[in-house]
Design a binder for this molecule. Structure first.
Ligand code: FEO
Length: 168
């Protein structure tokens, strides 16, 4: 059985994962409006990743005899200036999520909950990838400095991203 403290913290994190899904969908809408379907695809796939994160936590709380309590999802930012701004924001957002996951791990350690620590290791590793994936594209966009041809090349590259549900 999971402690009340951890259950509350996971319910908060489930909300943050659904917010991430919503934020990235908002970013996808901007790229669709700008006729950059590859970038939009990248963020639509990212929404699936975030949904998976939320549901992985949902299943864990359920298995541990806890209760999932859904909360209101905040309105995401909807106006953006550029692709560069979007990736800067996405990278900052992933660093924020990493901090939240680390805090969850700190709580699991305080509570001496070894099953939760083991579960959270997956998310600790996942956040390394999440940050790297945003930072890699951000780096490319910075190098391009608004070059239209380069943007189309990245758009083409990102159109091939697919969602591969990780093995649980
Ligand atoms: Fe659920 Fe992008 O971290």
């Amino acid at each position: 059985m999971i402690s009340q403290k951890l259950q509350d913290a996971f319910n908060e994190q489930i909300n943050k994962e659904f917010y991430s899904e919503y934020l990235y969908l908002s970013m996808a809408t901007w790229f669709d409006a700008e006729n950059l379907p590859g970038f939009a695809n990248f963020f639509k796939i990212q929404t699936q990743e975030e949904h998976f994160h939320a549901m992985k936590m949902y299943d864990f709380i359920n298995e541990r005899g806890g209760r999932i309590l859904l909360k209101e999802i905040s309105k995401p930012k909807v106006d953006f200036e550029s692709a560069l701004e979007i990736f800067e924001l996405a990278y900052i957002h992933e660093q924020y999520v990493t901090k939240l996951i680390n805090e969850l791990m700190d709580l699991a350690i305080d509570e001496k909950d070894h099953a939760t620590k083991s579960f959270l290791n997956w998310f600790i590793d996942e956040q390394v990838e999440e940050e790297a994936s945003m930072d890699t594209i951000l780096g490319k966009l910075k190098m391009l400095g608004g070059n239209g041809h380069g943007m189309l090349m990245i758009d083409n590259e990102l159109s091939s991203r697919v969602f591969n549900p990780p093995v649980k």
